[in-house]
Design a protein around this ligand. Structure first.
Ligand code: SF4
Length: 456
């Protein structure tokens, strides 16, 4: 906090070799989150204990629930001679002690630098009889010196498709849905849309019922939620696939197409009015179904709310930071609400991300591969009325005395985010309500006493 007070306004220097307060975290966290979207899966971190502890604790702090994962526990010897021996021992121990249906291995900076070959080690594990009958191993390469937690999620989704999906030779009349990195409640909401539209589907990963499992008084090592392996296998027979959030899902989407000929559409996450319309439209057209009254009513409620609150939102300046799949539809939604998006910063790089964010926000400061220090400078140079982002933004919000909406990953200092969707029309209502309340609370706080209104 004290250091942030020294962030200078004025000229912003281009930096290439230095990141200050990154707007991202490391690949294996995303891989672990995706892996836990398979029922009965134990994620395994092929690296040192410290990496695994960090990844588990970040997810645990976000969800306030213990996150199970194992590690190859690299020592100096593994760093020199490679981690094969550790991984083979770990696979045998995990199946005999923890009895998962599947182990999802992700690499780390160290195992990638050594060059441990996951294909070869996995094969050896089967050849040496370390994998019991009917059990599975999948893997994703997640070197964290490139990419971000979103890339890690994408790499594990690709690993899930590669390792589990099968083709019977006959396509079925159902969809394969690959959601990007969203909360369990979002995954539940996406499934509700498919059910309400009457479209049969399989969806993976699916953290609904995993990170929001109820307290029963009994410790359950593998929660009842998560995509079932047999359902993921069937995805190779899907008539069409829908990938939601390009950065987190494209690798898996393309793998499904290459391996099993399942074509489909890559869409934005359905956050906000326009992106949800596109999602509903894509499903409606692909399966020739009518949009039921339930969804039409929910849409109408969102439009009604936006109309009613327009006077408080119009022209209000916003700065947002976070993950690209969220920022693309979120900034679009903020503009739909009439707000003025001034600064957009994401830690994940890529031309697609830059092009989409710039297209949606042509008059904003868009920085792809930027950091929080830069965002703070931008906010000092052009102040905003609202900051939106993960928990790490609270210091800047306090320093600049700006209302702060926690959105994205990780949220370490609030609870309940896993239970309420941000996607779909009702998710849009929730987002809009939170934004409006923050802005109106600020008016109530700052307005002169004689102007404090009962009715707003
Ligand atoms: S950045 Fe690399 S070394 Fe650090 S925790 Fe992540 S995987 Fe481990």
């Amino acid at each position: 906090m004290t250091l942030l007070r020294h962030t200078p306004a004025g000229e912003i220097k281009e930096r290439e070799a230095l990141v200050i307060n990154p707007a991202k975290t490391c690949q294996p966290i995303g891989a672990m989150y995706a892996a836990l979207g398979i029922h009965g899966c134990l994620p395994h971190s092929h690296g040192s204990q410290g990496c695994c502890s960090y990844h588990r604790s970040t997810l645990t702090r976000h969800y306030k629930d213990p996150v199970m994962a194992s590690t190859s526990s690299f020592t100096e010897g593994s760093a020199v001679f490679g981690g094969q021996a550790n991984l083979l021992t770990a696979i045998q121990t995990i199946f005999s002690v923890y009895d998962p249906k599947i182990i999802a291995i992700h690499t780390t900076c160290l195992s990638e630098t050594i060059g441990d070959d996951m294909v070869q080690i996995s094969k050896k594990a089967f050849d040496d009889g370390k994998v019991p009958e009917g059990k599975r191993i999948i893997y994703g390469n997640t070197p964290s010196y490139v990419g971000t937690h979103v890339t890690g999620y994408a790499n594990m989704v690709k690993g899930i498709v590669k390792g589990l999906c099968k083709s019977s030779g006959t396509k079925g009349d159902f969809a394969a849905v690959i959601p990007g990195w969203v909360e369990p409640a979002d995954m539940r909401e996406i499934k509700r849309y498919l059910n309400v539209l009457g479209i049969p589907f399989v969806m993976f990963p699916d953290t609904d019922g995993v990170f929001d499992a109820p307290m029963t008084g009994k410790h359950v090592f593998y929660p009842k939620g998560g995509a079932k392996i047999e359902d993921i296998e069937r995805a190779g027979d899907a008539r069409e696939s829908f990938a939601l959030g390009r950065v987190a899902t494209l690798a898996g989407f393309e793998q499904l197409k290459t391996d099993h000929g399942v074509g489909g559409q890559v869409l934005d996450l359905p956050i906000g009015l326009a992106a949800t319309d596109r999602f509903v439209d894509a499903l409606r057209n692909a399966y020739a179904v009518e949009v039921p009254e339930t969804l039409a009513d929910e849409r109408g409620k969102l439009v009604d709310l936006l109309t009613d609150m327009e006077q408080y939102l119009w022209g209000r300046k916003v700065a947002v930071f976070g993950d690209p799949d969220q920022l693309i539809p979120l900034t679009e939604f903020l503009r739909t609400m009439g707000m003025s998006v001034r600064h957009v910063v994401t830690g994940t790089e890529g031309n697609y991300i830059r092009d989409r964010l710039t297209e949606i926000n042509p008059d904003s400061n868009v920085k792809v591969g930027g950091d929080m220090f830069l965002l703070h400078q931008l906010m000092k140079n052009e102040p905003v009325d609202l900051l939106i982002g993960n928990t790490y933004g609270k210091y800047m919000a306090r320093d600049e005395d700006v209302p702060f909406l926690r959105f994205g990953f990780p949220i370490l200092d609030r609870q309940g985010h896993q239970h309420f969707p941000s996607v779909g029309y009702m998710g849009g209502i929730r987002l809009a309500e939170k934004i409006l309340n923050l802005l109106m609370d600020r008016i109530d706080r700052d307005v002169e006493e004689h102007k404090l209104e009962l009715q707003m």
